[in-house]
Design a protein around this ligand. Sequence first.
Ligand code: FES
Length: 161
Amino acid sequence: MDFKFTPENIERINKEIAKYPVKKPAVMATLYIAQEQNGFISNEVIKEVSLLLNMTAEEVLGVVTFYTMYYQKPMGKNHIQVCTNVSCMLRGGYEIWNQVKEKLGLENMGVTEDHKFSLEEVECMGSCGTAPMLAVNEDYYENLTKEKVEELLKSLSQPLS
Ligand code: FES
């Protein structure tokens, strides 16, 4: 199925393109917007981005596969990223990682069958001063304890009213 950007997103992308003398440097922002719209970077997205930015599909794919923030498959509605880098690790990051893994029954980059959750182990997310931390989509949860994680997972499991 073809992928087309919404008119609003085309406007956002044009603003990114306008920051540079050529279109190519806008590729990361364009992919980010594409992922926001589509949920992941499909082959159709790659084709559309390459056409838009005068790049080859291989060049766009190279960017997608280099950076871990782009997903090539649909992730869960709640994409949980647990940091296990140094500051978080020293303050219990692996305990949190194992707790979430066990609770959701997922390995790294796994997605639950109902697509409600996906899980990813990540490097530093710039929140070392409030380690250990995890993110659910764009929201950070910091100074975590096992109890706080338990509570968070419980609240995310609630059906929407
Ligand atoms: S080490 Fe976890 S946020 Fe920096």
